[in-house]
Ligand binder design. Structure first.
Ligand code: HEC
Ligand code: HEC
Length: 284
């Protein structure tokens, strides 16, 4: 069954066939953690700074309001720059959440760009907002046939990826991926997914005390618990005390699409289709 933010009740019911000793939380508090109110969720692990609100519509709204009061006087209401520079192109070459966060936190010495002592959550909200309005050069994706690309996407990718709110949830939502990633980095992500795994979608295998193995993508982890979306797309929380092992894997759950499965022409069509979706509403 598909995991949906609103569908936690049915998830609880469907989970009853699993061993009782594996305690799980599929509750509303968990939905909350995925959205806005538990900032520790995505900060766990060795990943260093990770935007805990990536893609969240609530954070985007909060960030827009914060930006208007704290940053617009120098960077412009549309972030296209006044006395401070244009901030809409920060993501044009790969992901820059972390760097942008640190710039806003520290300011830029020797310039009028101030440092900020605001709570992490507020700064991440601003980062989330800036990323949502970011632009990468559409010229990079101007070739190819979007209609063919849509068909290729439906048959090869939609079972794991959403576009415009539809599709699977094992992998990240892709509506705005051509805004924040260059053509070269997207080509690598599709041809060789193991080369660098998207933050929040790293592969993990959990081994229960009974020896059952659960594979999925790790959403968060702390000293006591691990939260994963398993390969059936169910968001599940496990207590470490109930697990024999938690193995972080180096291979992606996404299959590699080499030229044998996806020709260069197909890839061109696919990227053209994804670029055509950049104005789509990414909300679930
Ligand atoms: C008083 C004016 C001013 C305010 C207020 C201000 N900035 Fe800046 N900002 C600047 C200037 C000027 C620079 C360029 C500094 C330099 O590179 O010498 C800058 C640079 C930046 C950069 C780096 C841009 C790049 O190309 O790497 C980011 C990111 C940024 N500001 C974000 C923000 C955010 C977010 C806020 C609100 C929380 C904010 N700024 C508030 C003036 C300001
Ligand atoms: C079996 C599920 C599955 C299928 C099928 C699949 N993906 Fe993925 N994809 C994932 C997972 C999981 C990730 C996150 C881990 C990673 O980055 O490799 C991912 C990551 C990605 C990323 C990187 C996103 C980012 O933010 O870094 C892109 C781009 C992508 N997939 C595109 C595609 C395209 C295009 C197709 C179809 C040709 C496809 N995927 C098919 C599961 C899948």
């Amino acid at each position: 069954m598909r995991y949906r933010e609103a569908g936690f009740d049915s998830m609880v019911n469907e989970s009853s066939h699993l061993p009782r000793r594996v305690r799980r939380w599929s509750c509303a508090a968990f939905a909350c953690a995925m959205v806005w109110c538990v900032p520790t969720a995505a900060r766990a692990g060795q990943d260093g700074l990770v935007n805990p609100h990536e893609g969240s519509p609530a954070a985007t709204r909060a960030g827009r309001a914060l930006f208007a009061t704290r940053c617009a006087e120098c960077h412009g209401a549309d972030a296209k720059g006044i006395s401070g520079p244009d901030l809409t192109e920060l993501w044009a070459v790969g992901s820059a959440d972390q760097r942008t966060f640190q710039t806003i936190r520290a300011g830029i010495s020797g310039s009028i760009m101030p440092s900020s002592a605001a709570p992490d959550d507020e700064l991440w909200a601003i980062v989330t907002y800036l990323r949502s309005i970011g632009t990468a050069s559409p010229v990079e994706f101007a070739t190819g046939d979007a209609d063919r690309g849509r068909e290729i996407f439906q048959s090869n990718c939609a079972r794991c990826h959403r576009v415009a709110g539809r599709g699977g949830r094992l992998g990240p939502e892709l509506s705005r991926i051509t805004v924040t990633r260059s053509r070269a980095s997207l080509t690598q992500a599709i041809r060789d997914p193991g080369a660098s795994m998207a933050v929040g979608y790293r592969t993990v295998t959990l081994v229960t005390r009974d020896g059952d193995e659960i594979r999925g993508v790790k959403k968060s982890a702390d000293a006591f618990s691990v939260q994963v979306v398993d390969t059936d797309e169910r968001l599940q929380g496990y207590l470490r005390a109930d697990l024999r092992d938690v193995r972080d894997e180096t291979s992606s759950l996404m299959p590699a699409f080499g030229v044998d499965r996806l020709s260069d022409g197909d890839l061109d069509d696919l990227l053209r289709f994804l670029a055509s979706m950049r104005e789509a509403d990414a909300a679930p």
